[in-house]
Every structure is written in C-alpha cells, then in structure tokens.
Design a protein. Sequence first.
Lengths: 149, 83
Amino acid sequence: MVALAQDRTILKHRTHWHVLLVHFPITLFFAAFGFQILHLVVAPACFELATNVTLAAGTIMMIPTTRSGWRSWMRDYKGAKVMLFKRKIAIAFFMLGLGIALTVWRFLSLGIFSEAKENPQHLIYLAGNALLMMGAVAEGYYGGRLNHR
Amino acid sequence: MTFTCRDLENMIQALTLTIAVHEQEEAYFRRSFEISTCRESKMLLLEIADEMRSHISSLEEKKSRLVSQLAGIKQAGRSEGDR
C-alpha cells in the first residue's frame, strides 16, 4: 500500500530535562576540583577564582537538576522505591546541601576573589570539592545503571 | 524453594525498573501512533505498543508472584519469631 503524500510517520519524542541538565553540575564540579588541584600545584590565583566560579555554577545547576530528577522519578518511574533511586536521591540532596554550604562558606569566610593559599581552610575547601566530584561520579554510575544494563 | 528474602527483593527491584523502562517505551510508541497519519506506520506502531503491553503484563505477573512469595517468607519469619 502506497501512503498518500500528506501521510506522515511522526515519532513523538519527549524532552527529558533531567538527562539534559544533569551534565552541567557533573562537569562543573569536576572542573571545580580540577581547578583547585591546579591552584594547589601551580599556584596562580586565577585557578582559585575559577574554582569559586565553577563551584557556584555547579551548585546553582544542582537545583534544576535535582528538581527534574525528582519529577522524572515521580512521573516516569512512578516513585518506585528501589535501592538505585534511594541512593541517587540521597546523593543528590547531599550534594545540593554540601554545594550550598561550601559556596556560602567560601564566599563569606574568604571572599570571592581572595586567594586562600597557605590557609588551613584551603584543605576543607579541597575536601568539599573532592566530595562533590565523587558525588557526581556516583550519580553518573547509578544513572548509567538505570538505562545501560 | 531456594529464594531468600534478599534474592526476592533484588528480583522485585530489577523487575520494577524493567517494567518502568518498558512502560516508557510503550508510551513512546502510543504517542507516535496517535499523531502519525501514515496508516501503515500507525498499524505497526500500535502493534508494537500492544506487544509491549503484553510483555509488561507478563513481567507484572512475575513480579506479583515474587511479592507474594516475599510476603509469605516474611510472615513465616514473624510466626517463627512469635513462637
């Protein structure tokens, strides 16, 4: 049977906001950690500023990412209470809380532009950034297990 | 029966996720069926969606059996504990 000229096959995809958004905090937290390491090893102050900016951006992006993840869980997975989602949700809220706390603390205690080299607080900052990076790895790992088994 | 609670919980979780993923696929084919105008494609899209629904029903049945088994084991464990 030959289709009429106006007949069309339309494959109706949906926009999966969480999949789209989730790459931003992962990349930004990785970058924040990388800049922090560069700052400690190579020392230029610009790397400290780069860390501050990427950390703040990653934390801001965590808000829509967590929200879209929650909505996707409720809508696409009907709020299934399986271990994978429990871990993903717990890690996401931990990262969101840590990101906000670390950003606020960094900006209040050391300022946006000031360098914290030789300051013991630097280690806390590094540890926080490392935890956020590990959280991003864990989120990626569990997210991958959801669709690539 | 060799299933332990842990085995059953793992299987139920795996099935829950698989059902959810398949339901999304089914919804995708039904959406496409609804807006497509090519008759041949519509028939095929609907057929695929219906086959997926049938597969999902089979998975749900398996899950339901496992849930019952788990409840039975837990109930037996509680009765054992009460004695």
